[in-house]
Design a protein around this ligand. Structure first.
Ligand SMILES: [Zn+2]
Length: 99
């Protein structure tokens, strides 16, 4: 299993841009559904990194739930948590390298 330094060095550019500064959500897909017996709006956003965000809203726009499904390789697994600063530093390194 690669160490965290290798993980960050090999981290895809799209994923890195989503780590710093942020995800870039595309125009969402909206659907009206029944959830726990109530009418809700399900709003799904996708991102360049392959992440998919699903918000469930009530009719007033209050958020009932919100979660993000990440693509394989986005989330660090089995290496412990990697500090966000290290992703920012790697983004800066690539920017300065002209990548
Ligand atoms: Zn993203």
């Amino acid at each position: 299993m690669p160490n965290s330094r290798d993980f960050i060095r090999d981290y895809p550019d799209d994923n890195l841009e989503c780590r710093y500064p942020a995800h870039s959500w595309a125009m969402p897909f909206v659907a009206r559904e029944t959830y726990d017996g109530r009418r809700v709006v399900v709003v799904q956003f996708s991102c360049r990194c392959g992440a998919n965000r699903v918000d469930v809203l009530d009719r007033n726009g209050e958020r009932i739930s919100s979660h993000i499904n990440y693509p394989p390789g986005y989330v660090v697994k089995g290496r412990g948590r990697i500090d966000r600063a290290r992703f920012r530093a790697e983004r800066v390194r690539r920017l300065e390298a002209g990548k």
